[in-house]
Ligand binder design. Structure first.
Ligand SMILES: CC(C)(COP(=O)(O)OP(=O)(O)OC[C@H]1O[C@@H](n2cnc3c(N)ncnc32)[C@H](O)[C@@H]1OP(=O)(O)O)[C@@H](O)C(=O)NCCC(=O)NCCS
Length: 171
């Protein structure tokens, strides 16, 4: 099973499409992962075409097992992949899931990540049998902290290594 989601346009930004990744995204991934900021704040990096295929295999497997629903985020009327967002469910029958994301350098500062996160979270909490969503970021990652707040995640606690844990629950 796969899912494609739409996020409505705002007065200042076009609608978003969240769709599963496909083989046509290899070149975009290689280009996007050249960005030092992205590499600074993420752990799984794409170095080249082979690496991108390996990365795409992980996302494919996630959909097949239901443990990782991974989306490419596209902006209406703008070319290229704008971002990545994944819902991680180590236990696909469980009530909790984690979220992870990035926005490509060329698309930052337009609210892509918070809008996509809001859309996926609303969908997951209303249709996916989920009650709790969690996202974790390093304390120094202020941009990610802003994304969490804009998508209605509240700071829940701080881990021993200083990372911030944000939560959003089913209302
Ligand atoms: C964190 C990240 C996902 C934000 O995505 P985004 O789509 O740009 O989100 P927003 O447009 O809402 O911007 C969020 C914050 O980024 C900062 N920002 C704004 N424009 C920016 C730009 N052009 N470049 C970099 N950061 C910018 C601002 O602090 C902004 O907060 P503000 O709107 O309150 O001023 C993105 O910066 C990113 O991919 N960073 C690297 C990977 C990462 O940190 N992932 C999260 C791991 S937990």
């Amino acid at each position: 099973m796969t899912v494609t989601l739409r996020v409505d346009a705002t007065p200042t930004a076009g609608a978003l499409t969240l769709r599963p990744w496909n083989a046509g995204d290899v070149e975009a991934l290689v280009e996007i992962y050249r960005d030092p900021t992205l590499r600074r704040w993420t752990s799984l990096h794409v170095e080249d075409t082979e690496g991108a295929k390996w990365w795409l295999d992980i996302q494919d497997r996630g959909w097949r097992t239901g443990k990782r629903l991974s989306f490419a985020v596209l902006e209406d009327d703008l070319p290229g992949v704008a971002g990545y967002l994944a819902l991680k469910r180590p236990d696909p029958q469980g009530s909790a899931a984690g979220l992870t994301y990035w926005t490509a350098a060329h698309a930052r500062g337009r609210g892509v990540a918070p809008r996509a996160l809001e859309g996926l979270s609303t969908w997951a909490l209303s249709t996916g049998g989920l009650r709790h969503l969690e996202l974790i970021h390093e304390a120094a990652n202020e941009a990610s902290c802003r994304v969490a707040g804009k998508a209605s995640f509240r700071l829940h606690h701080t881990l021993p290594d200083g990372s911030h844990v944000h939560m959003r629950d089913c209302r």
